[in-house]
Design a protein around this ligand. Structure first.
Ligand SMILES: Nc1ncnc2c1ncn2[C@@H]1O[C@H](COP(=O)(O)OP(=O)(O)OP(=O)(O)O)[C@@H](O)[C@H]1O
Ligand SMILES: [Mg+2]
Length: 371
């Protein structure tokens, strides 16, 4: 019933969107593969909703083209683009039942009553609301209402499903449950899905590929695994991961990366200034490492996050399972294993290709901080 054309790729070609003088999206090119779940991730105001609304046809492009399934759609009405959208504020009609809410668009489109009932029942089954068809929105929980909004989009059998922060009004447990249901729904119906969020956990768990947006530009568009392990810029490195990746100014010479005061921080072959990145969970205690002071500790149950002060005053965060109450000395020595280091260009913030962890040698992986 809910079979969709799962091959409707979305092409964004030289897409520009300005409101007045200011370009919110200054020129964006990307291919969203058919049948994939793409998450658009970025901070508030970076243009996520604007981009989604352009795909939906709710905003006119200032320049550029959009293709869906190879067909140019930028001049087409939203209703002719064979897509459906779930908004952040999923207003349901309070006086209509769940079934009437889900079926409303079909009714407007003139679908006959028998077919409508069958499609509504199927969509409700997909979001596990089959037993709630006669209820009104006021008699549902927030998560159930959210699922009505999703069913209302799905029932139209779109080639493309667009979601704008659809889970942001839910509590942590419901968000978790709904993430699982959305992933399952996607697996079943296979529509090309584009999901906007500023929540990195949603992005990491739902996406086939994540498009990280910063001021209307793509910082990186890749799998969650690549985004996490091979961030293309300091922006991506700092945006993904909790606590955020440490980013420290260093200078490399003679196989060593040093802080401004000359302190040797890590072994590395890079020469010249760079921004060194290391995830807090990959900073490790080492008897022969750098002496640091613990200036702050956050106990989070399973692990603790320590704020460390390096000899020159630079702060470094370390996530550790060793953080049981009283389990750590106030002074500690740590190492930054060479294999775990990321290096970025201090001017552009872009990853230095010659210095990604994957290119480190076996020997370097075993090097500790030289003195
Ligand atoms: N109709 C409009 N007129 C003028 N500026 C707008 C309009 N709509 C959005 N903007 C601006 O465009 C920028 C991007 O807005 P957009 O809503 O796309 O951000 P977003 O990434 O979805 O943010 P959020 O996470 O807060 O929803 C913002 O600076 C916003 O103020
Ligand atoms: Mg938005």
């Amino acid at each position: 019933m809910l079979e969709t054309s799962s091959t409707a790729a979305i092409g964004l070609h030289g897409l520009v969107k300005s409101y007045g003088e200011t370009p919110v999206i200054p020129g964006l090119d990307a291919e969203l593969r058919g049948g994939e779940f793409t998450v658009i991730l970025g901070p508030s105001g970076c243009g996520k909703s604007t981009l989604l609304n352009c795909i939906a046809g709710l905003e006119r492009l200032s320049a550029g083209r959009i293709t869906i399934g190879g067909r140019e759609v930028q001049e087409e009405e939203p209703k002719n683009r064979r897509l459906a959208m779930v908004f952040q504020n999923y207003a349901l009609y309070p006086h209509m039942t769940v079934a009437e809410n889900i079926g409303y668009a079909l009714k407007v489109a003139g679908v006959n009553k028998t077919e409508r009932a069958a499609r509504v029942a199927e969509a409700a089954r997909v979001v596990e609301l089959g037993d709630y068809l006669d209820r009104r929105p006021g008699q549902l929980s927030g998560g159930q209402r959210q699922r009505v909004a999703i069913a209302r989009a799905v029932v139209r059998e779109p080639q493309v499903l667009l979601y704008d922060e659809p889970l942001s009004n839910l509590d942590a447990k419901l968000r978790h449950d709904m993430r699982r249901e959305l992933a399952e729904l996607h697996r079943r119906i296979g529509a090309t899905s584009v999901f906007v969020t500023h929540d990195q956990v949603e992005a990491m768990t739902l996406a086939d590929r994540i498009m990280v947006l910063n001021k209307g530009r793509i910082e990186q568009f890749d799998t969650p695994e690549a985004i996490y392990h091979r961030p293309a810029s300091t922006f991506v490195a700092g945006f993904i991961g909790s606590p955020a990746m440490n980013l420290v100014d260093v200078t490399g010479e003679g196989g060593v990366l040093r802080l401004a005061d000359g302190t040797a921080l890590a072994a590395h072959s890079h020469r010249g200034p760079a921004i060194l990145g290391i995830r807090p969970e990959l900073v490790v205690p080492a008897p022969d490492g750098l002496p640091v002071q613990i200036t702050y500790r956050e106990e989070l149950g399973a692990h603790a996050v320590l704020t460390l002060r390096l000899p020159d005053g630079t702060a470094l965060r370390m996530a550790t399972a060793l953080g049981q109450r009283g389990g750590l000395p106030t002074d500690l020595r740590v190492a930054l294993p060479a294999a775990e280091l990321h290096l970025f260009d201090p001017l552009t913030g872009k990853a230095l290709a010659s210095a990604t962890p994957a290119t480190q040698t076996k020997k370097a992986q075993h090097d500790h901080v030289p003195s």
